[in-house]
Design a protein around this ligand. Sequence first.
Ligand code: 4NP
Length: 152
Amino acid sequence: MTTKVLMVCLGNICRSPLAEGILQNKVNADLVFVDSAGTAGYHIGNQPDKRSILVAQKYGIDISAQRCRKFNVQDFTDFDRIYVMDKSNYENIIAQSEKESDQAKVELLLSTGDSNIKEVPDPYYGGADGFESVFHLINNACECIAINLNTK
Ligand code: 4NP
């Protein structure tokens, strides 16, 4: 059976596209389906931010074919796990949940790893170095998720 994982941030152009590409790169596509979405609809249909595309490319991951979409309540049914980048994303998603089993699917991405930092900072208004550090935060968390998924 395929495990379906959804990565969520605010805009779905910086952090969650990276999380989607990074996790996809670590798992068997026959066993794990990965997607991403944003809580806001500012950039629907757009490619990920150039800076996310570039940092992913630097580490051999192509996220350029992804297109932005907005989170919707159907995602609670369609996905087994929903990883959010920060507490604001968490509050937003939980507010849309209709039952406890929906809420149980939602988790901060960095709660899965050994990072002291619990939120993936929003790199949108910063420079390329912000995207580099965000890449590594997400990569470490996805490594733990992938190990867990692949050994089930
Ligand atoms: P993301 O970053 O949530 O990591 O995709 C953002 C992208 C766009 C905006 C904010 C955050 N924005 O305000 O347009």
